[in-house]
Design a protein around this ligand. Structure first.
Ligand code: PGA
Length: 254
């Protein structure tokens, strides 16, 4: 945690969830009582097909909603793509950009990610920018240099705590059940904070830095209390409201 930064827990449903999963949103909204909602922000990022229904269901609740990706352009001949403006039109608050699955599956480069971040800002969305090293890079001791490059090239000038959240997700921890040790996470988040502060000054000091990669109810209290871990980006464990709420419970006594 970082003093004065309200933690954010964001659930990334990835390519999971049809309409019958929408009941999970009602359960989340019901489970996020006033005491918990004071302590943290909770967002769910369902597939684009459910986005507008999700924001409609979340209306008048503290639950927030995000998308998982956007195109950099406003509109045009880009079959199958969705612009940040369209996401904003669905009344979403956030958009994840540069998730490692998109960097790998769709060949997204840092420059592509930076263009998408700018698109989010243009459409008044908060960008959740994902960065993280692969297992080979981690083993070769290259994590910091990889992260430095991703921070420099995926996050455009003008990033502030109001428009950008950074999510550190070691690729080897995503969906594997493996996580770095708490000491490793402390060290890497301190490094990310330093890089952000150097680049963006006070804005970097106040920017939310999430940890992502195999966060679940059983490890949430340990991981989320680490300095400079200002919340979590949760994949698998976000699909069930009970699990995501159990992760949020880590903040109740803070
Ligand atoms: P996981 O995914 O929680 O299933 O490891 C995290 C993510 O990819 O955002």
């Amino acid at each position: 945690m970082t003093p004065d930064i309200k933690p954010l827990v964001a659930g990334n449903w990835k390519m999971n969830g049809e309409r019958d999963k929408l009941d999970q949103l009602a359960l989340l909204a019901a489970g996020l009582d006033a005491e918990l909602a004071e302590k943290l922000d909770l967002a769910v990022c369902p597939p684009a097909t459910l986005l507008y229904v999700a924001t409609t269901l979340a209306e008048d609740t503290p639950l927030m909603v995000g998308a998982q990706n956007c195109h950099a352009e406003v509109e045009g001949a880009h079959t199958g793509e969705i612009s940040a403006e369209m996401i904003s039109d669905c009344e979403a608050d956030f958009c994840i950009v540069g998730h490692s699955e998109r960097r790998t599956d769709c060949g997204e480069t840092d420059a592509d990610v930076a263009a998408k971040v700018k698109a989010c800002w243009r459409a008044d969305l908060t960008a959740i920018v994902c960065i993280g090293e692969t297992e080979a890079q981690y083993d070769a001791g290259e994590a910091e240099s990889v992260l430095r490059g991703q921070i420099s090239n995926s996050i455009p000038d003008g990033a502030e705590e109001e428009n950008t959240v950074v999510a550190y997700e070691p690729v080897w921890a995503i969906g594997t059940g493996k996580t770095p040790s708490p000491d490793d996470i402390r060290e890497i988040h301190a490094f990310i904070r330093e890089e952000l502060a150097e680049r963006f000054g006070g804005h970097g000091e106040r920017m939310t830095i999430l940890y992502g990669g195999s966060v679940k109810p059983s490890n949430a209290s340990e991981l989320l209390m680490i300095e400079n871990v200002d919340g979590a980006l949760v994949g698998g464990a976000s699909l069930k409201a009970a699990d995501l709420l159990a992760i949020c419970e880590a903040y109740r006594k803070t």
